[in-house]
Design a binder for this molecule. Structure first.
Ligand SMILES: N[C@@H](CCC(=O)N[C@@H](CS)C(=O)NCC(=O)O)C(=O)O
Length: 202
C-alpha cells in the first residue's frame, strides 16, 4: 500500500492526520503539485483527475477523494473512531465534515487558488471570485465561533474527521491570508486543542 502525497497540500494532510490518529503507517510517495509533478503522463495514468491524495492498495486498486480514503481506514480499523460509532454519531460527523469541507475548506482553497500568484500556473485566476470566497470563509469562521461556544469539538463531544478538515482549512488559511481573528475566542480555544494533538504534525 502507498499514499501519493504532497506535504504542502491540505487534502493529503487530512489523510496523514487521520492515519496518525489511528496509528496506521503507510509509505508515502511525494508528488510536488506546485512543480506540476502531478500532471505528468505517468501520474495522469494513476489518477486522470490529477488530484491528490491517492491511495494505492497492494492489489493495485486506487482510491482518490480524501474522505473515501479516510472511510476505508475507518472501516478496516474502527478504533479510535473518527467518523462516529453509532448510526446517529456517524450521521452527525458526516454532517459536520461536509459543512467544514464545503463551507470552510473549499472557500479557503478557492481563495488561495484565485488570489495567490504561484497558483496562476494551475488555475485561470479570477480575482473577484477569490475575494468572494475569502469573504465567505471569514463569515463562516464567525459562525463557527458561535457553534463552538457550547461544545469542545466540531461534531460534538469527540474529536473527529470534521476537526481534521476544519484544522487543515484554517492552517491553509494562513497561506491564503485568512487568519482567525483574535475576537473568535471559541475557534482559538478549539484550535489550540486540536493543533496540539501529536497527529497535527503529520
Ligand atoms: N475532492 C478531492 C480534492 C483533491 C484536491 O483538489 N487536491 C489538491 C491538493 S490539496 C490537488 O491535487 N490539486 C492539484 C490541482 O488542482 O492541480 C479530495 O477531497 O481528495
Amino acid at each position: 500500500m502507498k499514499l501519493y502525497d504532497d506535504t504542502l497540500a491540505p487534502n493529503p494532510r487530512r489523510v496523514r492526520i487521520f492515519l496518525a490518529e489511528k496509528g496506521i503507517s503507510v509509505p508515502l510517495v511525494q508528488v510536488e503539485i506546485i512543480k506540476g509533478e502531478h500532471k505528468t503522463p505517468e501520474m495522469r495514468a494513476l489518477n486522470p483527475a490529477g488530484t491528490w491524495p491517492l491511495l494505492e492498495l497492494d492489489d493495485g486498486t486506487r482510491l482518490t477523494e480524501t474522505v473515501a480514503i479516510c472511510r476505508y481506514f475507518e472501516l478496516i480499523q474502527p478504533d479510535p473512531p473518527l467518523m462516529g460509532r453509532t448510526p446517529l454519531e456517524a450521521a452527525q460527523v458526516e454532517m459536520w465534515q461536509r459543512r467544514m469541507e464545503f463551507e470552510l475548506f473549499m472557500p479557503i482553497a478557492l481563495s488561495f487558488r484565485h488570489l495567490a500568484p504561484p497558483m496562476a500556473k494551475l488555475e485561470t485566476q479570477i480575482k473577484d471570485f477569490g475575494l468572494v470566497n475569502k469573504a465567505r470563509a471569514e463569515k463562516r469562521l464567525e459562525r463557527l465561533n458561535d457553534e463552538l461556544a457550547a461544545k469542545p469539538f466540531i461534531a460534538g463531544d469527540s474529536y473527529s474527521i470534521a476537526d481534521i478538515t476544519a484544522m487543515c482549512a484554517i492552517d491553509f488559511g494562513k497561506y491564503a491570508r485568512i487568519p482567525v481573528d483574535d475576537s473568535l475566542t471559541h475557534v482559538k480555544d478549539w484550535y489550540a486543542r486540536v493543533s496540539t494533538r501529536p497527529s497535527a504534525k503529520a
